[in-house]
Design a protein around this ligand. Structure first.
Ligand SMILES: Nc1ncnc2c1ncn2[C@@H]1O[C@H](COP(=O)(O)OP(=O)(O)OP(=O)(O)O)[C@@H](O)[C@H]1O
Ligand SMILES: [Mg+2]
Length: 357
C-alpha cells in the first residue's frame, strides 16, 4: 500500500510450540479505524502487543511512518494501548489515573492539570477529577482508561476489546462515542474485538483473523457482501451455506445443490471447473417465503420460526432435501407459521455467492 502508516511485514510469534501469529502482513493508513476481528485465541491480543512493543516477535518487521520500530521499547513508540479488561488503578482517583499517562513527562502542576482536564473533556468526564475509581460505572471506568491512553496524544491508539466488559446497551453507546472521538482526534485506531457487529459498525477496514492468520482484510461492506471464503462467510453475520458441485461454466456458473437443485450464479472472481465442489452462500434476508405456489417458488416445509422484533427468522426444509435447512429472514410473511406447514421459497440467484473453500 502506497500510503501505509503502519506496516506489519511477515510477522510471526510463537510461544513454545503454539504459533499465536502466523506470518501476518498488514498495512494500515493514517487516521484509519482498523479492526482485528476473530474468535478467542486467534492471536488478536498478541498482534496488538507486538505493535505496542509489549511482545518480542519471532520473525518479521514492524514499521510506523517508514521507521523500523521492531526492536523499539514500548515507551519510545508513538503508540499507546488500552488493555483488555481495562486496567485503571482502584486506589487512585480519576485525575490521578489519567495523569498516570504523563508520569514520564516532567510537567508543572498547572500543565498537568490542563492536560488532564482536556483529556477528560474528550471522553465527556468533565468534573469527575476527584471521583474515586471504584465510584465509577463500567462505562465511566472505560472512559477513564481511554483518557489515560489519549492524554499523550499518541499517533496510534491500540485498543484491546475496550468495550468487552460492558453490557449491550452501554456498549452500543460507547461504540458511537468511540467512533466520534476517533474522528475528532484523528488518531489511527487499531481495535481488537471478537464482536463482528462492533467491527462492522465502527471500522474503516476489518481484518478477519483465524488461527494466527488473516483470512480477509477489507472495508466492512465488502467483508459482509463478498466474504472470500466459507470460513469468513460463516463468521460474519448469518449466512446459509450450501454444498454444491459445478455443473458447467460459461460467463456464469451452474451449480447443482441438494438443497435447491440447479442454481446459476456469478463466478465471483473464482476459477472453477465442472465437477469442483463449491459452497453457495446466501443471507437469510435475501430469501423470502410465499404462501402460494403461484409465485414460482420452491416447495418447502417450515421447521421453526423465531420472532426477533424487527424481523422473524424461519427455518425451512426444501422438499426432497431432508437434512438440509435454510434460514429465511422476513418481516411480512403472512402464511401460516406452524412447524410442518408448507411454504414456497423465493430467491434471486444473483444474491448467491460462489465460494471455493
Ligand atoms: N504468554 C503466552 N504464553 C503462551 N501462550 C500464549 C501467551 N499469550 C498467548 N498465548 C497463546 O497464543 C494464542 C493467541 O492468544 P491471544 O491472546 O493473542 O488470542 P486473542 O485472539 O486475543 O484471544 P481472546 O479473544 O480470548 O482475547 C492462544 O493460543 C494463547 O493461548
Ligand atoms: Mg485477547
Amino acid at each position: 500500500m502506497d500510503d501505509a502508516f503502519i506496516e506489519i511485514a511477515s510477522v510471526s510469534k510463537s510461544f513454545g510450540n503454539v504459533t499465536a501469529v502466523d506470518n501476518i502482513s498488514l498495512s494500515i493508513r493514517k487516521g484509519e479505524f482498523f479492526s482485528l476481528l476473530g474468535p478467542s485465541g486467534c492471536g488478536k491480543t498478541t498482534l496488538l502487543r507486538i505493535l505496542g512493543g509489549f511482545e518480542a516477535l519471532t520473525d518479521g518487521k514492524v514499521m510506523i511512518e517508514g521507521q523500523d520500530i521492531t526492536h523499539m521499547p514500548a515507551h519510545l513508540r508513538p503508540t499507546n494501548m488500552v488493555f483488555q479488561n481495562y486496567a485503571i488503578f482502584p486506589h487512585l482517583n480519576v485525575e490521578q489515573n489519567v495523569a498516570y499517562g504523563l508520569r514520564q513527562q516532567k510537567l508543572s502542576r498547572e500543565e498537568q492539570a490542563e492536560k488532564v482536564s482536556a483529556a477528560l473533556t474528550m471522553v465527556q468526564l468533565e468534573g469527575f477529577e476527584k471521583r474515586g475509581a471504584d465510584e465509577m460505572s463500567g462505562g465511566q471506568k472505560q472512559r477513564v482508561a481511554l483518557a489515560r491512553a489519549l492524554i499523550k496524544r499518541p499517533k496510534v491508539l491500540l485498543l484491546d476489546e475496550p468495550l468487552g466488559a460492558l453490557d449491550k446497551k452501554l456498549r452500543e453507546e460507547m461504540q458511537i462515542e468511540l467512533r466520534m472521538l476517533q474522528q475528532q482526534v484523528g488518531i489511527t485506531f487499531v481495535f481488537v474485538t471478537h464482536d463482528q457487529e462492533e467491527a462492522l459498525t465502527l471500522s474503516d477496514r476489518v481484518a478477519v483473523m483465524n488461527e494466527g492468520r488473516i483470512l480477509q482484510q477489507a472495508p466492512p461492506r465488502e467483508i459482509y457482501e463478498r466474504p472470500i471464503s466459507r470460513k469468513v462467510a460463516d463468521f460474519i453475520g448469518q449466512m446459509n451455506l450450501l454444498d454444491g458441485v459445478v455443473d458447467s461454466v460459461s460467463d456464469k456458473v451452474v451449480v447443482s445443490s441438494v438443497a435447491l437443485g440447479s442454481v446459476t450464479v456469478d463466478a465471483n472472481r473464482q476459477t472453477v471447473r465442472p465437477g469442483d465442489r463449491v459452497t453457495l452462500a446466501v443471507r437469510p434476508e435475501n430469501l423470502s417465503l410465499s404462501n402460494s405456489p403461484a409465485t414460482g417458488g420452491l416447495p418447502v416445509t417450515l421447521a421453526a420460526s423465531a420472532f426477533w422484533g424487527n424481523t422473524t427468522y424461519y427455518r425451512i426444509i426444501p422438499e426432497g432435501a431432508e437434512g438440509n435447512t435454510l434460514d429465511v429472514s422476513q418481516q411480512d410473511y403472512r402464511g401460516s407459521k406452524n412447524s410442518g406447514d408448507p411454504a414456497w421459497l423465493c430467491f434471486d440467484s444473483c444474491d448467491f455467492l460462489l465460494l471455493k473453500d
